[in-house]
Write a protein that binds this ligand. Structure first.
Ligand code: IVH
Length: 674
């Protein structure tokens, strides 16, 4: 049919346009379209594929949004083992490496001693397998021989081509042959900061590498897509011409649609390597992602085969790692802080010292075990290290410099704030003050968290004011803030008429804050901003949320058993209903905003359960579609369920629905019902 041919051509054109703009944006960093126009293009393709599912191809950019949920990643064997690299911190050893190469190659009578110097990306290594130009598998390094098949997650990474460009051109391979590309998945520093910003303090990632590793392991590929990872390629095998030198391979990778980061250099001799190393020692601070060194590789790939590898690493490459920035200073004292969740954290007070661009005067010692491992005493000279962008830490005591007469800081057995004996829950490294209700430090922490910028954003409520309010017993929980009268406030230290008025105003204004912000403000363990938003979407009011049991909560996207348990525990505390009632009386938003006008009433009064994998929508947007049409979505099948949408590989819920004789439809039928 001519019509269907035209549609196919249209879909093809949209796909190649979208991939081109994708590449311009993520690989070349030279976008030609605004985000809005890009979304328009993508939406047109989504629409077209929805109306004509036969047009959908595995390399369609619409497949990048994720949405599939994987319970466990299958283990797969690598075509060739993923080795690591010999590491060194000494430029002298790089010199020896180059010398060794020269001797070995001389003995073999080989020419061609050029090397390629590249940046060593500090992320997570993965292997990508392409067959006939199409991405068919992506896996983690694992133990080097076998890794996890995380294809669904890697497909969401915009700088990983789903299909190689110019596949028949310079990147030519035999037909049916597989090409393997290896490289590093990274998270940009700014994306890392933004991600951590949405997470509760207790769950923040220490650095972008950990955040990347954690993201690649997520079961919900939709969430992986939202976290915008990046991929840098540094190795390819299976090329048609096996002798293509490494520097040309990197160029071929770029032609095929990958990013190599672009910062490599063909070096003729040690001097040029050293210049590269020196340049990037400072230069890497300006890069958007983290690098921890330089990799030097022999350029002539034929010689790779001659040199071979040890059991751990190839003999034709070496990694030079930059030393982390360090400084020494005197640790004056150790203080014990009590967090809003009762955690006791030892904090080192240091003589201020300048390190990699900032002055440091405090540093966390994490927990008592870490304090003892370091063996540190107040008065000791210590080494502070700042690696990458992370907060500096005390890594070692200079015992040889220890002045006489020092003694260890005694570990508290009681809360430094309220005197309650500390406890250490089984399997945890931290000690806690169990006096949740009465410990001033915990109350202050909860109130300050509730008022913080990302929660209720209450202006004019600073630390010293909260301290007074809690000490005087005027505030026992965040709900009490709303009972404060201007006259009372004006009488407090450093307050006065004007500031009291401002605070009352600030409190009034905070009543407008969304339900999601309020949920975040409650300070439930493990519930950060992102989780609070998901919760508010799935449970549009405090009342329904309170009713949700553990099982049901664990099925909300991104929630999982640990967070679900923590939410249930929070609602079981005797203080919870008291606080909720105070907040309700104060007129805060205990429910999500008024629902938008309905698109249609096709699902009116219908309770819908989704089960199995959906391929057109992710769960939360499917749920939104139902709600926008008058229905509601729950996660467990019961007699009251009106409709079950069964996707791919639906399991026990489908069985239960069949037993109950419920109405069951396919995803396609769901689509037409919309
Ligand atoms: S080449 C057989 N090049 O560093 C080839 N690795 O410490 C081995 N890495 O496992 C890898 N940047 O994850 C290579 N430009 C680069 C790299 C790089 C980072 C990682 C890689 C490897 C680890 C070894």
């Amino acid at each position: 049919m001519a019509g269907s041919e035209a549609l196919r051509a249209q879909a093809e054109r949209l796909r190649s346009d979208i991939e081109r703009h994708n590449h311009l944006y993520y690989v070349e960093a030279k976008p030609e379209l605004s985000d809005y126009d890009f979304d328009l293009l993508l939406n047109r393709l989504v629409q077209l594929e929805r109306e004509h599912p036969e047009l959908l191809t595995p390399d369609s950019p619409t497949q990048r949004v994720g949405g599939t949920v994987t319970k466990e990643f299958p283990s797969v064997e690598h075509r060739e083992p993923m080795l690591s690299l010999a590491n060194t911190y000494s430029i002298g050893e790089v010199e020896e490496f180059v010398g060794r190469l020269n001797r070995l190659l001389e003995a073999e009578g080989s020419q061609g001693r050029d090397t390629v110097a590249e940046l060593k990306f500090d992320g997570v290594a993965v292997s990508l397998l392409y067959r006939d130009g199409l991405l068919i598998r992506g896996a983690t390094r694992g133990d080097g021989r076998r890794g996890d098949d995380i294809t669904v997650n890697l497909k969401t990474v915009p700088s990983i081509p789903l299909r190689l460009r110019d596949f028949d051109g310079p990147f030519s391979v035999h037909e049916g042959r597989e090409v393997e590309v290896r490289g590093e998945v990274l998270m940009r520093k700014d994306d890392f900061d933004a991600l951590n910003d949405t997470r509760p303090e207790e769950d923040r990632f220490a650095n972008p590498r950990n955040a990347t590793a954690g993201t690649l392991k997520l079961q919900d590929s939709g969430e992986v897509a939202r976290r915008s990872l990046w991929f840098a390629a540094y190795y390819v095998s299976g090329l048609h011409n096996e002798d293509t030198p490494h520097s040309e391979r990197l160029k071929l990778l770029e032609t095929a649609g990958f990013s190599t980061g672009g910062q490599y250099r063909l070096c003729h001799g040690l001097e040029e390597i050293e210049a590269f190393v020196q340049f990037w020692d400072e230069g890497r601070r300006t890069l958007p992602y983290e690098t921890d060194g330089v990799v030097v590789k022999l350029n002539d790939v034929r010689q790779w085969r001659l040199l071979g590898a040890t059991s751990k690493s190839p003999r034709w490459a070496i990694a030079y790692k930059y030393p982390a920035s360090r400084a020494t200073t005197v640790l004056r004292d150790i203080v014990f802080q009590v967090g809003r969740l009762g955690t006791i954290t030892p904090v080192a007070e240091l003589d201020p010292v300048h390190i990699a661009g900032s002055t440091v005067s405090r540093s966390t010692l994490h927990n008592f075990d870490e304090m003892q491992r370091l063996g540190v005493m107040p008065g000791d000279r210590v080494v502070i290290e700042k690696s990458g962008e992370v907060i500096p830490k005390v890594i070692r005591v200079l015992f040889e410099d220890r002045p006489p007469g020092l003694s260890a800081k005694e570990l508290p057995t009681r809360c430094p704030e309220c005197g309650t004996p500390l406890v250490r829950p089984e399997g945890e490294v931290s000690w806690y003050c169990p006096n949740e209700e009465g410990c001033g430090a915990q109350i202050r922490g909860r109130v300050l968290h509730f008022a913080s910028r990302n929660a209720m954003d209450i202006e004019n409520l600073g630390e010293s004011l909260v301290e007074q309010l809690v000490a005087k017993g005027m505030v026992k929980d965040p709900g009490d803030l709303y009972l404060l009268r201007k006259e009372e406030l004006a009488g407090l230290e450093r307050m006065g008429e004007k500031s009291a008025q401002n605070l009352v105003q600030g409190l009034l204004k905070s009543r407008e804050q969304s339900f999601a912000r309020l949920l975040f403000g409650l300070g439930i363990r493990h519930v950060g901003r992102a989780t609070a938003r998901e919760l508010a979407k799935a449970y549009p009011s405090m009342e329904v949320l309170q009713e949700a049991g553990f099982e049901e909560l664990s099925e909300v996207p991104d929630i999982g058993p640990v967070i679900a348990r923590s939410i249930c525990d929070w609602f079981l505390k005797p203080s919870a209903p008291v606080l909720i009632e105070k907040l309700q009386r104060a007129g805060l938003q205990l429910a999500a905003e008024e629902p938008k006008p309905l698109v249609n009433t096709n699902f009116e009064g219908l309770t819908v359960v989704f089960t199995g994998g959906l391929h057109r929508h992710d769960r939360s947007s499917a749920a939104e579609l139902v709600v926008a049409r008058g229905g509601s979505v729950v996660s467990t099948v019961s007699k009251k369920t009106g409709l079950v949408v069964a996707g791919k590989e639906a399991g026990s819920k489908l069985e239960k629905a069949q037993k109950l004789g419920l109405r069951i439809i396919t995803e396609d039928e769901f689509e037409s019902l919309l």
